[in-house]
Ligand binder design. Structure first.
Ligand SMILES: [Zn+2]
Length: 333
């Protein structure tokens, strides 16, 4: 079956069975405003105009123009960067979440002199087009700072889904996740088999946590397309110590302390606006997440409170379901 026909079939199924299942609140609010004010010919033009006028809050996933990106960067207290490629739509569609989902129409991210892969297996370098643009922009940002070539780890399989039982990834299902190892590629050299480089160990900061790696983390997180970045708690702690009182520290909000992630960060992008069946994670609590939130990772766990419900009485959470579109996609691949 041709990719165009498959996409048509998947969209028909979406419309028939899942319409509205994952509609975007901010986008709807924005279009209502536009309709009322009669300003817009298209979402792209009008959101940029409105943001420039400072009239409204721009939709969190409107990456359609440089103006909307700049407005979002301002709103998120991020340092402005020239390296933004507007996302003006694509034929790619995401179904489900990064933990249980798939992607139709992914693109292959290829190596270049400024982007090298640390390879863990074949065919793990497919991405949603917005991820490909993000990586390309990050590569440009890194280069502009005089840093060596960017190293990229796992992104996603061609049609998404889990990597398989041998992998320790619980996500990377939809082309919106990427692992960025904490080392750079020596110019002109492959890093395919490069061993991991740890920059923290428990509560210890290692000499490999260099100012260049700090710049890499800040550059990766200082982007409106980024939903969150998972790093080891000690990495967040260290960056809080250095940047909590500095301007443009909105990237601290996006850094989420998590287990592992001592040798790479895991960047997750927001759902693109033209994938209405893409499920987002709950929003991060407001603020930098410094102070108690990150400190709590280093405290002993609180004593268990006696629960009135035994395990058998507690209501089991409903298991998330794999979207039907993914079953079709994987059957026809
Ligand atoms: Zn990851």
């Amino acid at each position: 079956m041709s990719p165009a026909r498959l996409l048509l079939m998947l969209s028909a199924l979406s419309a028939a069975t899942l319409l509205g299942a994952c509609s975007s609140g901010p986008e709807q609010a924005l279009s209502t405003l536009q309709a009322t004010r009669g300003q817009a010919r298209s979402t792209q033009d009008s959101s940029a105009q409105l943001a420039q006028a400072g009239a409204i809050t721009i939709a969190a996933n409107d990456f359609s123009s440089k103006e909307s990106m700049v407005a979002l960067a301002r709103q998120q207290n991020l340092a402005l960067s020239a390296a933004f490629t507007p996302y003006q739509g694509s034929s790619a569609r995401i179904y489900g979440s990064t933990a249980l989902g798939c992607i139709a129409g992914s693109v292959e991210v290829r190596e270049s002199p400024d982007l090298k892969f640390q390879v863990w297996g074949r065919g793990r370098n497919f991405a949603h087009p917005i991820m490909a643009q993000y990586l390309n922009d990050l590569r440009t940002k890194i280069k502009a700072q005089g840093l060596p070539p960017l190293v990229v780890g796992d992104i996603a399989l061609k049609y998404g889904g889990p990597y398989g039982p041998k992998s320790n990834h619980a996500s990377h299902n939809t082309g919106l996740d990427v692992d960025l190892p904490f080392f750079f590629a020596p110019r002109g050299q492959s890093v395919a088999d490069h061993p991991d480089v740890y920059i923290v160990k428990g509560q210890k900061v290692l000499p490999t946590f260099t100012p260049e790696i700090t710049r890499l983390i800040i550059s990766a997180a200082s982007d409106p397309r980024v939903d969150r970045v998972f790093v080891a708690p000690m990495i967040k702690q260290r960056l809080c110590q250095l940047y909590e009182t500095q301007p443009h520290n909105g990237f601290l909000h996006k850094l989420r302390p998590w287990f592992g992630h001592q040798a790479h960060m895991h960047v997750r992008l927001k759902c693109p606006s033209d994938s209405p069946q893409c499920l987002s994670q709950s929003p991060i609590p407001e603020g930098t997440g410094c102070g108690y939130e990150v400190q709590s990772w280093f405290m002993p766990p609180p004593p268990k409170s006696p629960s009135k419900l035994t395990q058998s009485q507690a209501k089991p959470k409903p298991k998330p379901k794999l979207p039907e579109q993914c079953k079709i996609l994987w059957r026809t691949r």
